[in-house]
Every structure is written in C-alpha cells, then in structure tokens.
Design a protein. Structure first.
Ligand SMILES: [Zn+2]
Length: 214
C-alpha cells in the first residue's frame, strides 16, 4: 500500500498546505485572504487513493481495528510539526448527531483519546455541537465558511473550571484539536474561534487527511 503522506517541509505555516518545490515555510494565499482562526495545522495524508479508502473505512464502516495504525501516523505528524511538550490537552471535533445516531461512535473522539494517551497529554473534549449545519460536501468554499458559523460551543461548566487548566500559567498553552478530514479548514477554524472566545490563546489542529485544492 502506498500512502500519499503530506510532506513535512515546504508547508504553509498556518494551514499546512504544501507547495511543491518550496523549502521552509510560507503563508498561502488562502490563509492571507481568509485568516483562519487556528494558529497552525498538521495533516497526515492527502485525501486520495489508499488514504481515502483507509479514512473512509474507519469513518463509515467501523473498521476500528485501524485505530492504532492511524494514531501512529497522527503522532508522527504532530511530532514533526509541533512542540509536543507545549500542548495543554487534546480534543476532537464533535461529530454530528446524525453521524452518531447512524454509526454509534465518534471516530474523531476515538482517535483523539488514543492520541492524547500516546502524547502523554490530558484528553479534554471541550467543544459541543450546538448548531446543525448542512452537510459541507457539495458546498463551495464561501458557503462552507458561512455554514459552520456558531456550530460549536464550550459548555459553561468547562468555562468555570478554566479552559485548559485551572492554573493560569497554562492558559497560554496551545490546545490540539483533531478532525478526520480537513477540506477548506472552515470547521477547524470555527472550532478555534469558539475556543479562543472561551479564553484559549493558541489552537493547533491535526487532521488525518487533507483534501487540498490548489
Ligand atoms: Zn495556508
């Protein structure tokens, strides 16, 4: 099996989009124009070929035995792109109610829990879904950004305890948000906007697969 891994060099310093033939980091046109609310993003694969099969098998067909391999890949991507010792906690993008009802599990939560354990970080699912956006598939980029606004919230009980840690010195530590597939980045950006409104200073994200449209 040949998997289309995203390279670790020549990436947009914000969204992690890769530019062929570039060394170091750059800021892509998309991030210049739309300024996503997350600070930095990492992805494991491009969402194509065998990687698409793998991610869809885990997401839709309950191939949960793939978890450990997928977490290996996620851990490597996180270690390549972030300073792990700085991460305060790990959390998933909450799944839609429809997905939970149909599948009975949240694939992002399963991965985020395992990844947190692997990195030796607390698992803190701080985000809740409050909106019911249309499915993002089939929408153009502007419609996707519009569609996810006010989708998430941080519950009051979490806010009262402090978002990252009860000690104020931890409030500046980045939190790591995991999603399975990143397309335009609008879902992760909205999650980051919600977390920042709740007092988190820095949001890093990691996704299994990046559907990159250049
Ligand atoms: Zn970018």
């Amino acid at each position: 099996m040949r998997l289309p891994f995203v390279p670790t060099d020549g990436l947009c310093r914000k969204c992690g989009r890769d530019a062929v033939g570039l060394d170091g980091e750059y800021l892509c046109d998309d991030c210049r124009q739309h300024r996503p609310h997350f600070d930095r993003a990492a992805s494991v694969f491009r969402f194509e070929g065998e990687a698409r099969e793998l991610v869809n098998a885990f997401k839709f067909r309950e191939k949960l035995y793939l978890r450990d391999d997928l977490v290996d890949f996620l851990e490597a991507a996180v270690r390549a792109r972030f300073r792990v010792d700085e991460i305060a906690c790990v959390m998933p993008i909450p799944s839609t109610l429809t997905h939970r009802l149909l599948r009975g599990y949240n694939q992002c939560a399963i991965l985020a829990q395992a990844l947190a354990k692997r990195l030796g970080k607390p698992y803190r699912p701080l985000l809740r879904r409050v909106g019911h956006p249309e499915k993002q598939g089939g929408l153009d980029e502007a419609a996707r950004r519009e569609n996810v606004i006010d989708t998430f919230a941080v519950p009051r009980c979490v806010l009262a305890r402090g978002v990252t840690k009860p000690h104020s010195s931890f409030s500046t530590s980045p939190v790591l948000v995991l999603d399975d597939i990143m397309t335009t980045g609008s879902t992760l950006s909205e999650a980051a906007r919600t977390l920042k409104a709740a007092g988190v200073e820095t949001v890093w994200t990691v996704s299994l697969a990046r559907s990159i449209r250049l």
